[in-house]
Design a protein around this ligand. Structure first.
Ligand code: SAH
Length: 415
């Protein structure tokens, strides 16, 4: 990999905390992530070397900026780490530059319209956050203006002022969040202009993304992640596939060309609508999507004695549930491909699966979040056959105190 220039950010000293690995050269960041993954997951299997990127800057396709008063003017930025104090941010080394342009246009338009930032303590004011998403495919930006109450005076003028300053903004949505909560989005939405969604492309499939849908923030590395996950499953066109926690259907629809059938399950209703629309628009006829809790759904499948050949599971940071893992084991697919954004909950869930005689065949880190401590991991599991052995990857020093028994066994094998 080419040597990548290191950059400094003045916001770091002011407590931004968004890019906690910024001071490390990119190669060192990758080494650190690999080491951390190995410490957590090495006991299951020897890890593949982490897959890094040639472009560790300006990769983020999504930004959330929170409104505040700064020097008596409406401004917006990021919460200082561990506080509810907003640090104004004009530009960020991780954002697609079009996002910073769009957010600047929103700030200026909001000042023209004399909107007031929402005050969390007093529950006064109107504007809470702006969420903006960029599409690499179309170079368009979707703006979601989160307000504390439904009435946005002079909305037409606001739209005009934003689009005049940033023509890349193709759609603006007002999201209403009156709740006293740290969740950014509320449940009610109004489209102020445009289609109310944005389109992007991953692995040759087009995706429609709604304001509230989950969508990976680094599109180039997402392709690497999905290719890794799909090739791990060794699809040959004959398998039935379950895409659990499917979001807008990205993994299932990317896999559909190599599978007999795809069934996706997801809790967010808007995301499921997008997944169905994505299947239709791409002419993919062998994929279905359902809106349900993944655990309840898979339990019902297992109770009915239904079978799938391959399960992709990509749960949120909290990981999956004991009940999901019990049910997936009862269904006995040939393989499980677990895609995780949190190695800690991944470790917990793998421990459960290994106890149920699943064998870890491959562990691969993929860096989707340069500059930050986060990492994605793909794990392939298959049903263990009685005479299988696994090569593990452990440093004795890295084992925690609780695994004394394992330590002793491992030392015995090693010696
Ligand atoms: N596979 C998708 C989304 C992964 S993020 C992608 O790669 O883009 C995790 C997804 O799980 C989110 O879309 C979230 O809405 C969904 N989710 C969270 N809890 C869930 C549950 N209990 N059942 C089903 N889906 C859930």
């Amino acid at each position: 990999m080419m040597a990548l220039q290191q950059k400094r950010c003045e916001l770091e000293e002011q407590g931004c905390g968004g890019c906690n690995l910024l001071s490390l050269p990119y190669e060192k960041q990758l080494q650190k992530k690999q080491k951390e993954l190995k410490a957590l997951l090495g006991k299951f299997r020897k890890l593949q070397p982490i897959l890094g990127t040639e472009e560790p800057w300006h990769y983020r396709n999504k930004v959330i900026s929170t409104f505040t008063y700064h020097e008596r003017k409406l401004d917006s930025g990021i919460y200082i780490q561990g506080t509810h104090k907003v640090l104004p941010v004009k530009s960020c080394l991780l954002h697609q530059p079009a996002l910073d342009e769009a957010v600047e246009a929103v700030r200026q338009a909001a000042r023209v319209c004399k909107y007031k930032p929402y005050d969390e303590e007093r529950h006064t004011g109107l504007l809470r956050h702006v969420l903006a998403r960029h599409s690499l495919l179309t170079d368009e930006v979707m703006v979601v203006l989160v307000t504390a109450s439904p009435v946005l005076p002079g909305a037409k003028n606001f739209v005009k002022e934003v689009r005049r300053r940033c023509p890349k903004v193709s759609t603006i949505i007002q999201n209403i969040n009156p709740r006293a909560t740290s969740a950014v989005l509320g449940y009610q939405e109004k489209i102020l202009c445009g289609r109310g969604y944005i389109e992007d492309e991953l692995c040759g499939v087009r995706f429609q993304i709604a304001a509230s849908s989950f969508y990976q923030v680094n599109p180039k590395q997402t392709e690497v992640l999905y290719q890794t996950a799909i090739s791990a499953a060794k699809l040959d066109g004959s398998q039935s596939v379950l895409d659990a926690y499917c979001g807008v259907g990205t993994i299932g629809l990317t896999a559909a060309g190599k599978a007999r059938s795809v069934l996706g399950v997801e809790l967010n209703k808007k995301a499921v609508q997008c997944a169905l629309e994505n299947a239709r628009k791409n002419g993919i006829k062998n994929a279905r999507f359902l809106c349900e809790d993944a655990t309840k759904f898979i339990q019902k499948m297992a109770d009915r004695g239904e079978h799938v050949d391959v399960v992709f599971m990509d749960p949120p940071r909290a990981g999956s549930t004991q009940e999901f893992l019990d049910a997936v084991s009862r269904m006995k697919p040939d393989s499980i491909v677990y895609i995780s954004c949190n190695p800690e909950t991944l470790k917990r869930d793998l421990e459960i699966l290994v106890k149920k005689d699943w064998k870890v065949e491959m562990i691969q880190g993929v860096d989707l979040f340069p500059g930050t401590k986060h990492v994605e991991t793909v794990v392939l599991l298959s049903q263990q056959k009685p005479d299988d052995t696994i090569e593990i990857d452990l440093d004795l020093d890295e084992l925690d105190a609780t695994s004394a028994e394992l330590k002793a066994t491992y030392k015995e094998i090693k010696d």
